[in-house]
Design a protein around this ligand. Structure first.
Ligand code: ATP
Ligand code: MG
Length: 148
C-alpha cells in the first residue's frame, strides 16, 4: 500500500546547493513527488514540527536551525516510502551516517544534517498537515509506475 512522507531539505542543504542532488536521489529510487515548495519556516511552525523534542536540551538549537533560512519541503509517495527515505537519509548525525546515505555523503555535523524525513505514518500525517494544504498535494500517475 502506498504511503506518504514529509521531506524537508533543511537550510544547510539549500545553502550548500544540494537540493537538486537530494531530490535526484529520490527520483532515481522511483519515489513520486506529490507536493513541493520553497518556504521560510517560522519559529512558531518549527516549534510545532519539533514538539516531540520540546523537553530536550537541543530543542532551541533545532528550532533556530530549521527556521534560519529557506527550506524546500516535499511530500513523497510510494510503497514503504517512510522506511526507504529514512534509510536513504542515514543516521541523524553526519559522522555516524553510513557512506552512500545523504547525511553520510554530504555532512559531518550533529545539528546541521541537511534533511528531515518523517519517522512513522503518524508523524508523517501530522507533519504533512503542518506544511501543506490538501489541495497542494497532487494525485497523478507516473508512466513507469508498473516497473518501479
Ligand atoms: P529529523 O527529525 O530532523 O529528520 P532525526 O529524526 O534523524 O532528524 P531526531 O532525533 O528527530 O533526529 O532529532 C531532530 C533534529 O535535532 C536532528 O535532525 C538534529 O538536527 C537535532 N539533534 C538531534 N539530536 C541531537 C543532539 N543530541 N544534539 C544536537 N542536535 C541534535
Ligand atoms: Mg525526527
Amino acid at each position: 500500500m502506498s504511503e506518504r512522507t514529509l521531506i524537508i531539505i533543511k537550510p544547510d542543504g539549500l545553502q550548500r546547493r544540494l537540493a537538486g542532488e537530494i531530490i535526484a536521489r529520490f527520483e532515481k529510487k522511483g519515489l513520486k513527488i506529490a507536493a513541493a515548495k520553497l518556504m521560510q519556516v517560522t519559529p512558531e511552525l518549527a516549534k510545532k514540527h519539533y514538539a516531540v523534542h520540546k523537553d530536550k536540551y537541543f530543542f532551541d538549537r533545532v528550532v533556530k536551525y530549521i527556521s534560519s533560512g529557506p527550506v524546500m519541503v516535499l511530500v513523497l509517495e510510494g510503497e514503504k516510502v517512510i522506511e526507504i527515505t529514512r534509510k536513504m537519509m542515514g543516521a541523524t548525525f553526519g559522522y555516524d551516517a553510513e557512506a552512500g546515505t545523504i547525511r553520510g555523503d554530504f555532512g559531518t555535523s550533529q545539528t546541521f544534517n541537511l534533511i528531515h524525513g518523517s519517522d512513522s505514518p503518524q508523524s508523517a500525517e501530522y507533519e504533512i498537515g503542518l506544511y501543506f494544504k490538501p489541495d497542494e498535494i497532487l494525485d497523478y500517475k507516473m508512466p513507469d509506475a508498473e516497473w518501479v
